[in-house]
Design a protein around this ligand. Structure first.
Ligand SMILES: Nc1ncnc2c1ncn2[C@@H]1O[C@H](COP(=O)(O)OP(=O)(O)OP(=O)(O)O)[C@@H](O)[C@H]1O
Ligand SMILES: [Mg+2]
Length: 220
Protein backbone atom coordinates (compact mmCIF):
# COMPACT_ATOMS: atom_id res chain seq x y z
CA UNK A 1 0.00 0.00 0.00
CA UNK A 2 1.25 3.51 -0.67
CA UNK A 3 1.58 5.32 2.61
CA UNK A 4 0.54 8.97 2.69
CA UNK A 5 2.68 10.09 5.58
CA UNK A 6 1.77 13.39 7.15
CA UNK A 7 4.49 15.12 9.12
CA UNK A 8 3.24 13.88 12.46
CA UNK A 9 2.81 10.31 11.28
CA UNK A 10 6.30 10.25 9.78
CA UNK A 11 7.86 11.79 12.89
CA UNK A 12 6.07 9.36 15.21
CA UNK A 13 7.07 6.38 13.10
CA UNK A 14 10.68 7.54 13.07
CA UNK A 15 10.81 8.05 16.85
CA UNK A 16 9.24 4.66 17.54
CA UNK A 17 11.46 2.92 15.02
CA UNK A 18 14.58 4.43 16.56
CA UNK A 19 13.50 3.17 20.00
CA UNK A 20 12.40 -0.30 18.92
CA UNK A 21 15.30 -1.03 16.61
CA UNK A 22 17.62 -1.05 19.62
CA UNK A 23 15.24 -3.18 21.69
CA UNK A 24 15.59 -6.92 21.68
CA UNK A 25 13.48 -9.61 23.21
CA UNK A 26 15.07 -12.76 24.59
CA UNK A 27 17.48 -13.97 21.90
CA UNK A 28 15.21 -16.58 20.32
CA UNK A 29 11.99 -14.56 20.15
CA UNK A 30 10.64 -11.81 17.95
CA UNK A 31 9.18 -8.54 19.20
CA UNK A 32 5.48 -8.04 18.56
CA UNK A 33 4.27 -4.45 18.56
CA UNK A 34 0.50 -3.89 18.36
CA UNK A 35 -1.11 -0.95 16.54
CA UNK A 36 -4.77 -0.64 17.44
CA UNK A 37 -7.66 1.76 16.92
CA UNK A 38 -11.03 2.17 15.19
CA UNK A 39 -11.72 1.56 11.47
CA UNK A 40 -10.03 4.11 9.23
CA UNK A 41 -7.83 5.66 11.93
CA UNK A 42 -4.72 4.85 9.89
CA UNK A 43 -3.41 1.61 11.44
CA UNK A 44 -2.36 -0.03 8.16
CA UNK A 45 -0.77 3.18 6.88
CA UNK A 46 1.10 3.79 10.13
CA UNK A 47 2.23 0.16 10.37
CA UNK A 48 3.71 0.32 6.84
CA UNK A 49 5.49 3.58 7.67
CA UNK A 50 6.89 2.06 10.84
CA UNK A 51 8.15 -1.06 9.06
CA UNK A 52 9.88 1.07 6.41
CA UNK A 53 11.71 2.99 9.10
CA UNK A 54 12.56 -0.04 11.25
CA UNK A 55 14.02 -1.74 8.22
CA UNK A 56 16.01 1.41 7.43
CA UNK A 57 17.34 1.28 11.00
CA UNK A 58 18.63 -2.23 10.35
CA UNK A 59 15.82 -4.12 12.11
CA UNK A 60 14.00 -6.16 9.45
CA UNK A 61 10.32 -5.88 10.26
CA UNK A 62 6.99 -6.79 8.74
CA UNK A 63 3.35 -5.85 9.09
CA UNK A 64 1.10 -8.65 10.30
CA UNK A 65 -2.47 -7.43 9.70
CA UNK A 66 -5.32 -8.85 11.77
CA UNK A 67 -7.47 -8.27 8.66
CA UNK A 68 -6.03 -11.39 7.05
CA UNK A 69 -8.00 -13.43 9.56
CA UNK A 70 -11.40 -12.32 8.24
CA UNK A 71 -13.57 -15.42 7.81
CA UNK A 72 -14.28 -16.19 4.14
CA UNK A 73 -17.53 -14.79 2.74
CA UNK A 74 -19.06 -18.26 2.36
CA UNK A 75 -18.48 -18.98 6.02
CA UNK A 76 -19.99 -15.62 7.05
CA UNK A 77 -23.08 -16.38 4.97
CA UNK A 78 -23.31 -19.85 6.53
CA UNK A 79 -23.12 -18.28 10.02
CA UNK A 80 -25.59 -15.51 9.12
CA UNK A 81 -22.97 -12.84 9.87
CA UNK A 82 -22.33 -11.40 6.40
CA UNK A 83 -24.16 -8.16 7.18
CA UNK A 84 -21.86 -7.36 10.05
CA UNK A 85 -18.57 -8.37 8.51
CA UNK A 86 -15.81 -6.74 10.54
CA UNK A 87 -17.40 -7.48 13.96
CA UNK A 88 -15.26 -9.44 16.45
CA UNK A 89 -17.03 -12.75 15.73
CA UNK A 90 -16.39 -12.53 11.98
CA UNK A 91 -12.69 -13.35 12.31
CA UNK A 92 -10.74 -16.57 12.80
CA UNK A 93 -9.47 -15.55 16.21
CA UNK A 94 -8.01 -19.00 16.93
CA UNK A 95 -5.96 -18.86 13.74
CA UNK A 96 -4.79 -15.34 14.60
CA UNK A 97 -3.70 -16.36 18.10
CA UNK A 98 -1.89 -19.45 16.78
CA UNK A 99 -0.07 -17.34 14.19
CA UNK A 100 0.96 -14.71 16.74
CA UNK A 101 2.26 -17.42 19.06
CA UNK A 102 4.26 -18.99 16.22
CA UNK A 103 5.71 -15.64 15.17
CA UNK A 104 6.59 -14.81 18.73
CA UNK A 105 8.19 -18.20 19.39
CA UNK A 106 10.34 -17.70 16.30
CA UNK A 107 9.31 -20.93 14.59
CA UNK A 108 11.41 -19.92 11.59
CA UNK A 109 9.29 -18.83 8.65
CA UNK A 110 5.60 -18.37 9.42
CA UNK A 111 2.85 -18.04 6.81
CA UNK A 112 -0.19 -15.86 7.38
CA UNK A 113 -3.25 -14.89 5.34
CA UNK A 114 -3.78 -11.39 3.93
CA UNK A 115 -7.11 -9.70 3.25
CA UNK A 116 -7.80 -8.71 -0.36
CA UNK A 117 -10.10 -5.69 -0.23
CA UNK A 118 -10.92 -5.90 -3.94
CA UNK A 119 -12.68 -9.24 -3.47
CA UNK A 120 -13.31 -8.88 0.28
CA UNK A 121 -11.78 -12.28 0.94
CA UNK A 122 -8.80 -13.52 2.96
CA UNK A 123 -6.03 -15.04 0.88
CA UNK A 124 -4.42 -17.96 2.75
CA UNK A 125 -0.64 -18.02 2.98
CA UNK A 126 -0.22 -14.71 1.15
CA UNK A 127 2.29 -13.38 3.71
CA UNK A 128 5.54 -15.08 4.69
CA UNK A 129 7.34 -13.82 7.76
CA UNK A 130 10.89 -14.96 7.20
CA UNK A 131 13.41 -15.91 9.89
CA UNK A 132 15.24 -12.61 9.32
CA UNK A 133 12.24 -10.61 10.57
CA UNK A 134 12.83 -9.64 14.19
CA UNK A 135 9.90 -7.27 14.73
CA UNK A 136 6.29 -7.81 13.69
CA UNK A 137 3.95 -4.84 13.65
CA UNK A 138 0.60 -6.43 14.39
CA UNK A 139 -2.20 -4.09 13.37
CA UNK A 140 -5.95 -4.33 13.70
CA UNK A 141 -9.16 -3.41 15.45
CA UNK A 142 -9.47 -6.01 18.18
CA UNK A 143 -5.93 -6.58 19.44
CA UNK A 144 -6.96 -5.50 22.95
CA UNK A 145 -10.52 -6.79 22.86
CA UNK A 146 -11.25 -8.85 25.96
CA UNK A 147 -13.95 -11.35 25.01
CA UNK A 148 -14.71 -14.04 22.43
CA UNK A 149 -11.15 -15.41 22.40
CA UNK A 150 -9.55 -12.02 21.66
CA UNK A 151 -8.41 -11.80 25.29
CA UNK A 152 -5.56 -14.14 24.31
CA UNK A 153 -4.10 -11.58 21.86
CA UNK A 154 -3.06 -8.70 24.14
CA UNK A 155 -0.75 -10.81 26.32
CA UNK A 156 1.16 -11.94 23.20
CA UNK A 157 2.14 -8.33 22.40
CA UNK A 158 5.30 -6.74 23.81
CA UNK A 159 3.82 -3.25 23.52
CA UNK A 160 0.73 -1.61 22.12
CA UNK A 161 -0.02 1.77 20.56
CA UNK A 162 -3.53 3.18 20.13
CA UNK A 163 -3.94 5.62 17.24
CA UNK A 164 -6.31 8.57 17.35
CA UNK A 165 -7.31 11.14 14.73
CA UNK A 166 -10.07 13.75 14.89
CA UNK A 167 -13.38 11.95 14.29
CA UNK A 168 -14.30 13.99 11.21
CA UNK A 169 -11.03 13.13 9.48
CA UNK A 170 -11.37 9.45 10.35
CA UNK A 171 -14.89 9.30 8.94
CA UNK A 172 -13.93 11.13 5.72
CA UNK A 173 -11.00 8.78 5.13
CA UNK A 174 -13.07 5.72 5.89
CA UNK A 175 -15.80 6.73 3.44
CA UNK A 176 -13.20 7.56 0.78
CA UNK A 177 -11.57 4.18 1.28
CA UNK A 178 -14.89 2.34 0.95
CA UNK A 179 -15.60 4.27 -2.26
CA UNK A 180 -12.14 3.39 -3.59
CA UNK A 181 -12.86 -0.29 -2.99
CA UNK A 182 -16.09 -0.12 -5.03
CA UNK A 183 -18.95 1.09 -2.81
CA UNK A 184 -21.23 3.93 -3.94
CA UNK A 185 -20.80 7.11 -1.84
CA UNK A 186 -24.16 6.40 -0.17
CA UNK A 187 -23.31 2.79 0.64
CA UNK A 188 -19.85 3.86 1.85
CA UNK A 189 -21.28 6.40 4.30
CA UNK A 190 -23.97 3.95 5.45
CA UNK A 191 -21.34 1.28 6.18
CA UNK A 192 -19.02 3.78 7.90
CA UNK A 193 -21.78 5.14 10.14
CA UNK A 194 -23.43 1.72 10.64
CA UNK A 195 -21.34 -1.44 11.13
CA UNK A 196 -18.01 0.47 11.25
CA UNK A 197 -19.36 2.86 13.91
CA UNK A 198 -20.64 -0.03 16.04
CA UNK A 199 -17.20 -1.63 15.86
CA UNK A 200 -15.50 1.69 16.68
CA UNK A 201 -17.56 1.89 19.87
CA UNK A 202 -16.57 -1.66 20.83
CA UNK A 203 -12.91 -0.87 20.25
CA UNK A 204 -13.04 2.35 22.30
CA UNK A 205 -14.66 0.44 25.17
CA UNK A 206 -12.09 -2.36 25.11
CA UNK A 207 -9.21 0.14 25.00
CA UNK A 208 -10.67 1.92 28.02
CA UNK A 209 -10.78 -1.41 29.89
CA UNK A 210 -7.32 -2.60 28.84
CA UNK A 211 -5.33 -3.06 32.05
CA UNK A 212 -1.86 -3.15 30.48
CA UNK A 213 0.39 -0.35 29.28
CA UNK A 214 -0.90 1.45 26.19
CA UNK A 215 0.71 4.36 24.40
CA UNK A 216 -1.71 6.72 22.67
CA UNK A 217 -0.58 8.44 19.51
CA UNK A 218 -2.63 11.39 18.21
CA UNK A 219 -2.19 11.79 14.46
CA UNK A 220 -3.79 14.11 11.92
N1 LIG B 1 -1.65 10.39 7.75
C1 LIG B 1 -2.51 10.23 6.75
N2 LIG B 1 -2.72 11.21 5.86
C2 LIG B 1 -3.62 11.07 4.85
N3 LIG B 1 -4.34 9.96 4.64
C3 LIG B 1 -4.17 8.94 5.49
C4 LIG B 1 -3.25 9.00 6.58
N4 LIG B 1 -3.30 7.84 7.28
C5 LIG B 1 -4.21 7.09 6.63
N5 LIG B 1 -4.71 7.73 5.56
C6 LIG B 1 -5.74 7.23 4.61
O1 LIG B 1 -6.93 6.97 5.36
C7 LIG B 1 -7.53 5.75 4.97
C8 LIG B 1 -7.59 4.82 6.19
O2 LIG B 1 -6.26 4.49 6.58
P1 LIG B 1 -5.88 2.99 6.91
O3 LIG B 1 -6.39 2.08 5.84
O4 LIG B 1 -4.43 2.98 7.20
O5 LIG B 1 -6.74 2.81 8.25
P2 LIG B 1 -6.99 1.49 9.11
O6 LIG B 1 -7.00 1.95 10.54
O7 LIG B 1 -6.02 0.45 8.73
O8 LIG B 1 -8.48 1.10 8.68
P3 LIG B 1 -9.21 -0.34 8.87
O9 LIG B 1 -9.46 -0.52 10.33
O10 LIG B 1 -10.52 -0.17 8.17
O11 LIG B 1 -8.32 -1.37 8.27
C9 LIG B 1 -6.67 5.19 3.84
O12 LIG B 1 -7.26 5.53 2.60
C10 LIG B 1 -5.32 5.88 4.02
O13 LIG B 1 -4.66 6.02 2.80
MG1 LIG C 1 -6.33 -1.44 7.93
Amino acid sequence: MSAPTSGRLADAAETLAAGFSTRRGPAATRLLLGVVGPPGVGKSTFAEALVARLTAHGSPATVLPMDGFHLPQAELVRLGRRERMGAPDTFDVDGFVATLAAVRADDGAVRAPLFDRAIEEPVPGALTIGPEVRIAIVEGNYLLHDTGGWERVGPLLDAAIALEVPEEIRLDRLVARHVASGKTPEAARAWATGPDAANARLIAASLARWPGPLQTLALD
